[in-house]
Design a protein around this ligand. Structure first.
Ligand SMILES: Cc1ncc(COP(=O)(O)O)c(C=O)c1O
Length: 401
């Protein structure tokens, strides 16, 4: 019997990391010592109080049932307070915050809530892959807008304007930007909000990296007063508090927008496990010292990643935000060839830049989510890489032919 896949899946493929990590696990099973610098999965623990709270709350016999679709009021209040402390944005915890089970899921909810078949969505290139796949799931058309190194990986408003059509409904932005680590300013946010308002677009800002190695004061799109009319912002506890596996995020914005998202979300999940909500409240209350310590650790790791990239003859910006360093490969080398070569020859997994879009060709993304000893070992492993790199025909086949 032949069972057909749905039409909406025809243009989609399995998430790159879903199949690549299977390959990495196979190599590990064969006894290879692989160092994974490919993904942004924090290896550091959450604050201790968070784990204690989860354990205590899980002991409560009454804490195991379904939970409210909008999260418990105490969680929404804690998120509102955190937004105020972090960005000086005052939100009403009653109706301007919707807790989510991860911001990745939120991207899908927003896409299903606001996009129709044939609508167009502006997505950053390079950018997080889920903006594209969520739009495709909703039947919408992806319109990548290029971000370029020479413009600091920031959108060019003239170019953006030229991409707007009658069908354009939504634009995704994400600063600090993944994968490049570039940071936006309030002026840039203001001009993007103005652009969205002018063209009647919903502007969605994805903001999970603002507290990681950010050389500037963290900002929210809601620091722009006019943002309330046309913007949503996603945030996440995954990277900020090392809670990626817990699946806690939030979407904030005006009540009418959140009501539409809730129509999708309440039909898809049945609320977040109560002990996770109790623990998340404690995470949102941790002191600034906790971030300082965490950023010191990431800074040490980043210095080592810079050494790793130096050995590969890659160029990079030294002061980027977030969990990755974005390296430009020498001499127009191909991202996939390089990452496959590093994995097979040196047992080091990094992400090829082209998975994030056309503009990522010729780049690699190196994660800071590995103990410094492992990053130091990667630096050692590639000690004599340059000599081999320029000899290896697999890498330089394009130039040689
Ligand atoms: C830019 C960006 N947005 C969203 C996410 C998803 O995070 P979450 O764990 O909250 O789903 C990621 C995760 O890697 C990311 O890099």
């Amino acid at each position: 019997m032949k069972i057909r896949e749905s039409d909406r899946l025809q243009q989609m493929s399995e998430y790159y990391f879903s199949h690549k990590l299977r390959e990495v696990r196979d190599l590990i099973r064969q006894g290879k010592r692989i160092i994974n610098l490919g993904i942004g999965n924090p290896d550091l623990p959450p604050p201790p109080v968070v784990i204690q709270t989860l354990q205590q709350s899980a002991d409560g016999v009454d804490n195991h049932g379904y939970q409210p679709y909008q999260g418990i009021p105490e969680l929404r209040e804690a998120m509102a307070e955190w937004y105020f402390q972090t960005y000086h944005v005052a939100l009403n915890g009653r109706n301007e915050i919707l807790p989510l089970m991860g911001s990745k899921e939120g991207i899908v909810h927003i896409s299903l809530a606001f996009l129709n078949k044939g609508d167009e969505v502006l997505v950053p290139d390079p950018g997080y892959l889920t903006y594209r796949s969520a739009a495709q799931l909703a039947g919408a058309k992806i319109v990548p807008y290029p971000l370029r190194e020479e413009k600091g990986w920031l959108p060019d408003l003239e170019e953006l304007t030229s991409l707007v059509t009658q069908q354009t409904r939504l634009i995704w932005i994400n600063y600090p930007h993944m994968p490049t680590g570039s940071v936006a300013t309030l002026e840039i946010f203001s001009s993007l909000v103005e652009f969205a308002a002018k063209h009647h677009l919903l502007l969605c800002h994805d903001n999970p990296y603002s507290l990681i190695l950010n050389p500037s004061t963290p900002i929210s799109i809601f620091n722009v007063p006019q943002a309330y009319d046309c913007c949503l912002e996603l945030n996440s506890l995954s990277k900020t508090f090392n809670m990626a596996g817990w699946r806690v995020g939030m979407v904030v914005g005006q009540t009418t927008f959140l009501k539409s998202i809730l129509k999708v979300k309440s039909n898809m999940d049945s609320g977040m496990f109560l002990p996770i909500q109790h623990a998340a409240i404690q995470a949102l209350k941790v002191s600034r010292d906790w971030f300082l310590q965490q950023n010191q650790e990431y800074e040490t790791r980043r210095t080592l990643v810079h050494q790793f990239l130096d050995r590969l003859n890659c160029q990079y910006q030294p002061q980027t935000a977030g969990l990755f360093v974005w390296g430009k490969l020498p001499g127009g080398m191909d991202s996939r060839d390089m990452t496959d070569w590093l994995l097979s020859e040196y047992g080091i997994f990094v992400a090829p830049g082209d998975i994030f879009g056309e503009q990522g060709k010729g780049y690699i993304r190196v994660s800071l989510c590995a103990p410094k000893e492992q990053i130091a070992e990667s630096v050692q492993r590639v000690e004599n890489v340059k000599a081999r790199m320029f000899d290896d025909k697999k890498l330089y086949k394009k130039q040689l032919t």
